[in-house]
Design a binder for this molecule. Structure first.
Ligand code: C2E
Ligand code: MG
Ligand code: MG
Ligand code: MG
Length: 286
């Protein structure tokens, strides 16, 4: 089985710094050809309604299947892609691949699942972002209302020219905006105030501590309430156990995402999940 180099898996760094730098350089130059060589994959993780637990959306998550190293997680190679500027073409490839897939599933299953796609700060500063997104929507036929752009809080509003304009433009196209990893950035509340966001995604570092740390529980509860008062939806990330689920349900979180329901899946496995769901629904119908 392929060894994964996810965010918790930095064994290739357990070598001298010099060796690590060499390895980084080698990976960067290899990454340059990853898209063209067909080594990039998009996995999909379901988002479920907190009450019915029915699938209502999915997040597209990129992976790099390196011929020798196996699957490399985005937490590791996205920063390399950002440093090299490769994120612009990789990001567009992910967007196009995911929109095409979502449109195919919509037609196949008659489902209107929302699709979340992560945007890097580098993409959000691009002056032609809107042309790229509207081009992809035209080309794939996906309804813009189903596309939700996930923007991470680590982007500084001041340091990012075009950010607000791009987000407003995306909304004019009909897309939704979600603030990802909410609570971990330096400017959470400023973000909520200034960004035209439809939803916030509570970071998994808070969700993980439900049942462990009363302070984090208070933060989760207050974040949900604040989001609702501001007329924003809330998704909790990293829902791993029943206790998380019960807490989030009791505190009126709207949607949930996490290993308790499903890991990110390659397209054939995600499709099986949709088949199974359809089968259950048709056999359960009166
Ligand atoms: P994210 O957008 O916050 O995505 C959620 C991450 O949490 C994913 O990690 C997902 O696999 C993981 N996750 C989901 N449920 C659970 C759970 O119950 N427990 C735990 N421990 N983890 C869970 P992944 O796929 O490794 O992605 C890491 C990050 O890489 C993403 O965080 C996102 O910031 C970035 N990323 C992924 N795909 C893309 C992409 O296409 N473009 C850009 N720019 N960034 C991406
Ligand atoms: Mg995300
Ligand atoms: Mg997140
Ligand atoms: Mg993130």
């Amino acid at each position: 089985a392929a060894k994964s180099l996810g965010r918790n898996n930095f064994q290739i760094y357990e070598v001298s710094t010099e060796q690590a730098q060499q390895q980084n350089l080698a990976l960067k130059s290899r990454l340059r050809h990853a898209e063209h060589n067909g080594e990039l994959r998009v996995f999909y993780q379901p988002q479920v309604d907190a009450i019915s637990e029915d699938i209502v959306g999915m997040e597209a998550l990129v992976r790099w299947e390196h011929p020798e190293l196996g699957f490399i997680g985005p937490g590791f190679f996205i920063p390399l892609a950002e440093e090299t500027g490769l994120i612009v073409s990789i990001g567009e490839w992910v967007l196009r691949t995911a929109c095409r897939q979502a449109q195919a599933w919509e037609q196949q299953f008659g489902l209107r699942l929302r699709l979340g796609v992560n945007l890097s700060a580098v993409q959000l500063m691009q002056s032609n972002l809107l042309e790229i997104v509207s081009g992809v929507l035209d080309e794939t036929g996906l309804d813009a209302n189903l596309l939700e752009m996930e923007v991470t809080e680590s982007i500084s509003i001041k340091a990012a020219p075009n950010l607000i304009e791009n987000l407003q433009g995306l909304r004019r196209l009909g897309c939704r905006i979600a603030i990802d990893d909410f609570g971990t950035g330096a400017a959470s509340l400023d973000y909520l105030r200034k960004l035209p966001a439809d939803r916030i995604k509570i970071d998994q570092s808070f969700v993980r501590n439900i049942g462990v740390d009363p302070d984090d529980e208070a933060i989760v509860r207050t974040t949900i309430e604040m989001a609702h008062r501001l007329k924003r939806g809330v998704v909790a990330e990293g829902v791993e156990i029943e206790q998380h689920l019960r807490f989030l349900q009791a505190n009126h979180c709207d949607e949930l995402q996490g290993y308790l329901f499903c890991r990110p899946l390659p397209p054939p496995s995600f499709e099986k999940l949709l088949f199974e769901r359809q089968r259950l629904l048709t056999t359960a119908a009166p």
